[in-house]
Design a protein around this ligand. Structure first.
Ligand code: GLU
Length: 317
């Protein structure tokens, strides 16, 4: 067995008993998650997959979708146009906060918090709502390498309880940051959050970003190479809720987490890594997920500033 696989197995067994944290419950469908679910998947660009645990368990992608829809908006609009509507500044606030929206520029701070994500989704082009959804699903499919589906009950659950998101959309409509009909932007946003994935899928998606936008398994391009740097930059500064600075300090690679318990992270030019474990800490990040990434970063030296010092030994098995 490879050393990487042996290390993953050991980590899995060490951390599987960690029971701190809570399953997200603000959307009724998320509260049904099994707190024991735990999977780790690593897909390297040189063709290896190392996995352990519940890596085939499906769950809704939630906020991790924001990364990929941002990439799509960069392709549809170009960087300069998109920057006029959605900034790239970390907030230090919770993902669903409204407090900064009414300040200064009226422009949502970044595409990884809900306001910025809803504005970004509102920009996705298409003939009608169905066409926009189909374009979005086709984009996710290029990253995953398989068909993807929206979990309808989560979508309905999100739509019927998403009052804060609806309030943000109304504010942004008032500021001219998104256009009518806002219900379309919201529906598309709730649908993107409800796309079903596995930890393995997330690792392949991350590996695609690590590989300059080309899915390393299928060879298909998912996003233009010229947009990958921008996507990874906002992930690095804004991807881990109001823990992004701590994450950058401790783990040191671009990542995004979601309230269903996924964390996806990119080791540029080397690998994609994903962890799925639904028990969340107070910031909304997976408790076991954070522990896995801290241990992996220490073990393999893939913090970006370790990489820049040539310390990473990640692909040596
Ligand atoms: N669907 C969620 C919401 O907008 C996404 C939350 C998340 O994963 O951060 O409330």
């Amino acid at each position: 067995m490879s050393q990487v696989q042996a290390f993953l197995d050991q980590l899995y067994h060490e951390l599987k008993g960690v029971s701190a944290g809570q399953v997200a419950s603000y959307i009724p469908e998320l509260a049904r998650a099994n707190p024991d679910w735990f999977g780790i998947s690593i897909v390297t660009l040189d063709g290896h997959t190392y996995e352990v645990g519940d890596v085939a368990q499906k769950f809704t992608i939630q906020s991790i979708s924001k990364v990929f829809v941002y990439g799509m908006a960069l392709e549809d609009y170009g960087r300069d146009q998109l920057l006029k509507k959605v900034g790239v500044e970390p907030t230090g606030d919770p993902f669903n906060s409204l407090i900064r929206l009414d300040e200064d520029s009226k422009r949502p701070e970044n595409p990884m918090v809900n306001a910025g994500a809803i504005a970004t989704t509102g920009l996705i082009t298409g003939a009608d709502l169905a066409d926009r959804l189909n374009r979005m699903l086709a984009m996710f499919q290029r990253y995953v390498g398989n068909e993807v589906f929206v979990d309808v009950s989560t979508f309905i659950s999100e739509r019927s309880t998403g009052h804060r998101n609806r309030a943000m959309a109304h504010l942004m409509l008032n500021f001219g940051m998104i256009d009518q009909p806002i219900e379309d932007a919201l529906d598309l946003y709730f649908q993107q959050c409800s796309v079903l994935v596995t930890a393995h899928d997330l690792a392949v998606m991350a590996a695609t970003l690590a590989n300059q936008g080309v899915n390393p398994i299928t060879g298909e391009r998912a996003v233009g190479a010229n947009h990958v740097r921008d996507i990874l930059s906002v992930m690095y500064t804004c991807g881990m809720y109001n823990f992004a600075g701590e994450w950058a300090f401790r783990v040191g690679i671009p990542a995004k987490s979601g309230v269903s318990g996924g964390i996806l992270a990119v080791v540029p030019n080397r690998a994609g890594i994903a962890v799925f474990s639904p028990l969340l800490d107070g910031h909304g990040n997976s408790v076991r997920g954070l522990k896995v990434f801290e241990a992996l970063s220490r073990q393999y030296g893939f913090h970006l500033f370790d990489l820049s010092l040539g310390r990473c030994n990640f692909t040596q098995t």
